[in-house]
Design a protein around this ligand. Structure first.
Ligand SMILES: Cc1ncc(COP(=O)(O)O)c(C=O)c1O
Length: 432
């Protein structure tokens, strides 16, 4: 029996009926086949071949509290017998909206939705309506969902990406319309001087600047000191709507998201993933002036927005995260720093060009390149084949990390788990 026999067989079976064998294009990467996961509990997953993994993928972020957190499941169960979808407003929805307005610095109003992609669309539409302008500034390497108008320059090859200071706008999928270039401006992250020049030259066309405040989809790159503040100032000076995509950072890097952690308040922000522990819930939040666009002609719909089970899941998640003054964030910060430090020690001892960077709650491991990574091009210049060998070696030893080298930290690791992971990393480092 091979370690992945059942996963491989399941994938072959799936491909006959499920297009591509998976339900999202971002699930192909698992090696040698997408893992046939049977069960998740806490920090662990078990596959159909009987292998256990300490999970740093966490469904690409949602399971920050670990898989199947009891209080969230209990709250969802309690909601089920009272009906799911009413197409009106319900009490728990109002209570949760009020709670989020207390927690999230920019939130004077919120709207619920079901996915990060969709709330990104809402934010863009609100910003365009608010400003009467069309263009959106986004940053190379940042991901804001797979919708036509924003799925650009997320993972371009360095040979096609154009000049560093003026990157090309590159569509990321066949079937996207050719005109996405007309309304997007792509910028290098972490370069305030370039952004300032761009905004000064084109301010009256720009509706929004949209970014991942910590660039989690390309190497987990924190903002340089003063960068977010400078961007806030530019937006204020030119009447541009500043949109933080906190789909990953929200409820993860601090209870109030990156905006709370870095003390810079955007006009609009979008959340999903860790907000509801794996249940489909997303939030667009922001200043009343922009958010109230929905009462002045900006359309936002969705049959499943605010369904009772997702609201219950988010409400219970938020209370778990907020308990004891948000003590969970300190614990994960310590665990994540311990892991990064342990990985750096292994790298030194094994003479491996392994680089760990990020925050305690989410970090990345890359190889070679020229650390610290400050923008997408730094990340892209790292050694991808070596990263893939490291990720595979970890998976073979019971530690599951994303193919991008991102480690989503679960909040429920024990000291034994951390020791296990570092042993697996050491053995992998020795092997590669
Ligand atoms: C920063 C960011 N924004 C938006 C999205 C899209 O969210 P969803 O997959 O829920 O549509 C993602 C998904 O990974 C993301 O990482």
């Amino acid at each position: 029996m091979g370690r992945y026999d059942t996963s491989i067989a399941r994938y072959e079976e799936a491909k006959k009926v499920l297009a591509g064998g998976v339900s999202s294009n971002f699930r192909y990467h698992a090696m040698p086949a997408p893992l046939a996961i049977e069960r998740g509990e806490g920090a662990y997953l078990w596959d159909a071949d009987g292998n256990r993994y300490i999970d740093f993928v966490l469904g690409n972020g949602p399971a920050f509290l670990g898989h199947s957190p009891r209080p969230v499941l209990d709250a969802v169960r309690a909601s089920l017998d009272r009906g799911q979808a009413f197409t009106t407003v319900h009490k728990a929805e109002i209570d949760l909206a009020r709670r989020l307005c207390e927690i999230v610095p920019c939130a004077e109003r919120v709207r619920f939705d079901v996915s990060g992609t969709q709330v990104g669309q809402v934010a863009i539409r609100l910003a365009r309506a608010h400003t009467g302008r069309a263009k959106v500034v986004k940053f190379e390497g940042h991901y804001h969902g797979w919708a036509d108008n924003i799925f650009a320059s997320v993972a371009p090859g360095l040979n096609e990406a154009g000049p560093r200071d003026n990157p090309r706008v590159l569509a990321q999928s066949l079937g996207q319309p050719g005109n996405i270039r007309d309304d997007l401006i792509v910028q290098p992250y972490n370069d305030l001087a370039v952004l300032t020049d761009t905004v000064n030259a084109r301010a009256d066309e720009i509706a929004a600047i949209v970014l991942e405040p910590v660039a989690c989809n390309c190497g987990v790159i924190p903002p340089e000191p003063g960068y977010l503040e400078g961007m806030r100032g530019l937006c204020d000076d030119h009447g541009i709507v500043l949109v933080f995509d906190e789909v990953i950072t929200g409820f993860r890097v601090a209870l109030g998201g990156a905006q709370a952690r870095y003390g810079v308040t955007p006009d609009l922000a979008v959340f999903a993933k860790a907000a509801a522990a794996g249940f489909p819930l997303a939030v667009v939040a922001g200043r009343a002036g922009a958010m109230e666009g929905v009462t002045r002609g900006v359309a936002h719909g969705g049959t499943y927005n605010g369904v009772t089970s997702s609201i219950a899941a988010c409400g219970a998640s938020v209370e778990m995260l907020a308990a004891n003054g948000g003590a969970i964030y300190g614990k994960v910060e310590r665990d994540g720093q311990a892991l990064m430090e342990g990985l750096r020690e292994i790298a030194r001892r094994r003479r491996l060009p392994l680089h760990a960077q990020g925050l305690g709650q989410i970090f990345s491991t890359t190889f070679a390149g020229d650390p610290p990574l400050l923008n997408y091009r730094d990340y892209k210049a790292t050694d991808e084949p070596m990263r893939a060998r490291f990720v595979q070696g970890l998976q073979d030893r019971g530690v599951r990390v994303t193919a991008r080298g991102t480690w989503f930290m679960p909040a429920v690791l024990t000291d034994e788990d951390i020791a296990f992971v570092l042993d697996a990393a050491d053995a992998t480092a020795a092997a590669i």
